[in-house]
Design a protein around this ligand. Structure first.
Ligand SMILES: [Zn+2]
Length: 329
C-alpha cells in the first residue's frame, strides 16, 4: 500500500505518556473519529507494549474500513530512524527496539518517534503553525519537549534528538535536572518548575504563601504546578507572580532559540499552556527585550497550541500516513 491513495485513508495515532496510552483513529483532515485509552501499570517495557496493542486492537476492531498504519509518539529520545528508544526519563525504555517489537506484534505499517515531534507536526499540519517555513514547538509539562518543522518536513537532527531544548543550560550551577546536568531550562520554565518554586517560597515565606498553603492543608511539600495554576486563575497575587516568572524564563529561552534558528512561529503547548496569556504575555515581553538585534529584525510570533492534548496522537497518525505514501513505512 503506497502512493496517493493512502492520503484519503484514516490512520491510528498513539500517544504514550508516563501513566497512560491514549489512541485515536484520525481522518486525513485531522478529525478524531474514535478514541481509546489504557493505563500503563508498572511502566515495564512489556506492559507498555501490551497497552499499545490493546488500544490498537480496540480502535481497529471498531472500524470497518482500511487503516493506513499506526503512528506512535512517546516521551523519549529516539534515534534518527525511530527504530530505537535511546532513553526515556519517565518510562522503562533504555536502548529498546520498540519499533521492531511493535512491528512484530501489530503487523501494520509504523511511524515511531518523539511525542513532542508528533505534536509539532500536528500544529504545522492542522493548527497554530499552519504553513510556516520554520516552526518550533515547545511543550511545557513535567519537562520541556520540542519539535522542529522546516520547509514542510519534521527535522529530527543527525541522531534523532534535535529539539531537546529543555536541557539548554540557563542558570550556571542551577537546579539539578533528571538528565544529570544542572540549571536546565526545564527546571525554570515547566509545570514542575512552577511547583518547585512554589514549594521553596512556601517553606521560606509561609505568610506570603498563605493562600497557596490553604490549598494543601498547610503542607508546602504537597504544592504542585497545578495548584499554582489554579490559584493564578483565581487571582492569587503570589501565584500570578510565580506564573509570570515561568513566562519570563520562557521568553528568555525563546530569544536564545531565535538567535540560533530564526523561527517564524513558536507554538507553546503542554499542560502549562492552558494558562494562556498569563504565561505568554510575560514571555513575549521578555522576548522583546532579549531578542538579539532587537528593533532591527523581526522576531517570531509566540502563540498557544490549537490542538490541545490530542496533538501528539493526531500528528503521529499523519506521520505514518505520510511515511506510507512515501514508501518509508
Ligand atoms: Zn536537563
Amino acid at each position: 500500500m503506497t502512493g496517493p491513495g493512502v492520503a484519503a485513508l484514516p490512520a491510528l495515532g498513539i500517544d504514550i505518556g508516563g501513566t497512560k496510552v491514549a489512541g485515536g483513529l484520525v481522518a486525513p483532515d485531522g478529525e478524531l473519529l474514535a478514541t481509546a485509552r489504557r493505563a500503563t501499570p508498572g511502566a515495564s517495557v512489556g506492559d507498555t507494549e501490551d497497552a499499545i496493542a490493546a488500544v490498537v486492537d480496540e480502535l481497529a476492531g471498531g472500524y470497518e474500513g482500511e487503516i493506513v498504519g499506526v503512528g506512535v509518539g512517546a516521551a523519549g529520545w529516539f534515534d534518527r530512524t525511530g527504530d530505537t528508544v535511546l532513553f526515556s526519563p519517565h518510562l522503562a525504555w533504555r536502548n529498546s527496539t520498540l519499533r521492531k517489537d511493535l512491528a512484530a506484534r501489530l503487523q501494520r505499517p509504523l511511524w515511531v518517534g518523539n511525542d513532542a515531534d508528533a505534536a509539532a507536526w500536528a500544529e504545522y499540519r492542522y493548527g497554530a503553525a499552519r504553513g510556516a517555513d520554520l516552526a518550533l514547538m515547545i511543550t511545557l509539562g513535567t519537562g520541556i519537549g520540542g519539535g522542529i518543522v522546516l520547509d514542510g518536513r519534521l527535522r529530527r537532527g543527525s541522531h534523532g534528538v534535535a529539539g531537546e531544548w529543555g536541557h539548554m543550560r540557563v542558570v550556571p550551577d542551577g537546579r539539578l535536572c533528571a538528565c544529570g546536568n544542572r540549571g536546565c531550562w526545564e527546571q525554570y520554565a515547566s509545570g514542575t518548575a512552577l511547583g518547585q518554586t512554589a514549594r521553596e517560597v512556601a517553606r521560606t515565606s509561609p505568610a506570603a504563601a498563605a493562600l497557596l498553603l490553604e490549598r494543601v492543608d498547610c503542607e508546602p511539600d504537597r504544592l504542585t504546578g497545578e495548584h499554582v495554576a489554579r490559584a493564578a486563575h483565581d487571582g492569587d497575587p503570589l501565584a500570578l507572580e510565580l506564573v509570570t516568572e515561568v513566562g519570563y524564563w520562557l521568553g528568555q529561552g525563546i530569544a536564545d532559540l531565535a538567535a540560533v534558528l530564526d523561527p517564524e512561529v513558536v507554538v507553546i503547548g503542554g499542560g502549562v499552556s492552558v494558562l494562556g496569556e498569563m504565561v505568554l504575555g510575560p514571555a513575549r515581553e521578555r522576548l522583546e527585550r532579549a531578542l538579539p538585534g532587537r528593533g532591527f529584525r523581526p522576531g517570531p510570533r509566540v502563540v498557544v497550541a490549537e490542538l490541545g492534548p490530542q496533538a501528539g496522537l493526531v500528528g503521529a497518525a499523519d506521520l505514518v500516513r505520510r511515511a506510507v505514501a512515501e514508501g518509508e513505512a
